[in-house]
Design a protein around this ligand. Structure first.
Ligand code: EPZ
Length: 423
């Protein structure tokens, strides 16, 4: 298995281009199942999760071509051969559940493996299923699969009220509702930029949608959807991650393609910590010239709150802050697995349930550490950039799921980082 070696190397400077969003692409790709006309995505990120989604769609008989080194995904579902999503693919990536709504809406039946557990939490899909049942779907859970079908006449519009915010359940319900008879109202819907991006793409395909980005989305079902070409929105989590590199090491870095509205709550916390963020014509410039980072308290929330997907990276920053910070993880029940690894580097962290107290130390020391999930892995790389000596991050396959060319991007701003091929 490959590992990444990072050596603390002082302030960074330069520019980092930010790719298209993984979590937008993973819901935009299944939207191709809603139509028999081609859907083309540009600015697609080149990640292992995108390759897994490609394999899943191809296993259903969709044509998926990665053009321009994968930055363009040309897809067509005009001749699907199956509506069964196999466990072997679904177990690799939970987002596979996002084919359920589109398949059911267009073909009236589907069999999708249940995703199973995950390192950061149990992550059930009950809200996805409740939403589809509210549109008339008949679901039967058997042998680890959801067996789904619709009564004659297809899905029908309805009121879907989510008891709490779920990004995935909102996406599945939104896609299914585009072909349902009548009006569907999604209440307490997720407001993430990836949902807004999905709605804009669906609208280009001919869907009738209002209210995306608010907690109430209204969808007028149509008989069929057409094709479209859509540019994937910038990855706000990749953006936030690289904004933390100059924050942790010092220096000044411009993030190309970044915009404040994608990371507003995060920027407010950086400001509190004494990190400067400015808008430029091409993106955002982040700098920390002098002085130590100040401790801040963070609570993760659904958008527009502080994103849980930046919690681990923020913890890496706060390990060397002046004072004590309290981080509360409200979205996932087991998302502090990076803490013991950061403590191997000399951090002082006290975890109790969903709360972590981080007492800033003067400096971190390089050490061999283990990546446990996608965001935890990149938080260890960020910590290594500021640590004295060498940090060896193992199991970096987690990283490949959500960060393209991380070594090259960080080398480009002066980091000492390299990837070592494993056996
Ligand atoms: C999306 O996951 C993202 N993944 C996650 O990013 C992100 O952390 C999460 O949203 C929250 O922002 C993708 O978009 C592919 P949820 P999702 O449904 O849709 C519970 C990353 O690092 N829940 O909003 O799975 C659930 O267990 C990944 O890129 C139910 O109980 O998240 C969690 O505690 C990690 N029942 C909470 O709700 C359900 O049916 C929020 O989950 C659905 C969710």
């Amino acid at each position: 298995m490959d590992s990444i070696i990072v050596t603390g190397n002082g302030p960074l400077s330069g520019r980092i281009p930010i790719a298209g969003a993984k979590n937008a692409c993973l819901t935009l790709m299944p939207a191709t199942l809603l139509s028999d006309e081609p859907l083309t995505l540009t600015n697609a990120p080149r990640l292992s999760d995108i390759r897994t989604m490609t394999l899943l769609l191809q296993s259903l008989g969709a044509e998926v071509q990665g053009l321009q080194e994968g930055q363009v995904q040309a897809m067509s579902s005009h001749a699907l051969t199956s509506t069964r999503a196999e466990y072997d693919i679904v177990r690799k990536m939970r987002a596979s559940i996002l084919v359920l709504g589109p398949l059911l809406a267009r073909f009236g039946h589907a069999e999708v493996s249940l995703p199973g557990g995950c390192a950061i939490g149990a992550r059930p899909v009950d809200l996805h299923l409740r939403a589809l049942e509210a549109m008339g779907a008949e679901l039967d859970l058997r042998e680890g699969y959801v067996h789904a079908k619709v009564p004659s006449g297809g899905l029908r519009g309805g009121i879907v009220e989510f008891p709490f915010v779920s990004v995935g359940a909102t996406e599945n319900a939104l896609m299914a509702a585009t072909l349902a008879k009548g009006t569907t109202v999604l209440k307490n819907a997720a407001r993430e930029p990836e949902i807004v991006d999905l709605a804009q793409c669906l609208r280009k395909m001919g869907a009738q949608i209002e209210g995306e980005g608010t907690d109430t989305i209204e969808i007028q079902g149509v008989d069929r959807l057409g094709g479209a070409t859509h540019r994937v929105v910038t990855d706000r989590i990749e953006l936030g991650t690289y904004m933390l590199a100059p924050a942790i090491c010092g220096g000044e870095v411009e993030l190309l393609g970044g915009t404040i509205d994608l990371v507003r709550a995060f920027c407010e916390k950086l400001d509190e910590a004494g990190i400067s963020v400015e808008e430029t014509t091409d993106g955002l410039r982040v700098s920390r010239k002098n002085g130590r980072v100040k401790a801040v308290d963070v609570i993760t929330e659904p958008f527009p709150g502080f994103p849980t997907d930046l919690q681990a990276q923020m913890m890496a920053l706060l390990c060397t802050a002046e004072g004590t910070s309290v981080l509360e993880e409200k979205i996932f029940e087991n998302r502090f697995m990076h803490a013991p690894e950061l403590m191997r580097m000399g951090a002082k962290i006290d975890v109790h349930g969903g709360t972590a107290k981080v007492t800033g130390v003067d400096s971190l020391k390089g050490a061999p550490v283990m990546a446990t999930d996608l965001r935890a892995s990149v938080s260890l790389i960020l910590a290594g950039l500021a640590a004295e000596g060498e940090t060896v991050v193992n199991r970096v396959y987690h990283l490949d799921r959500g960060y393209e060319q991380v070594v090259r991007k960080l080398q480009g701003v002066g980091a000492r980082i390299e990837r070592v091929r494993g056996e």
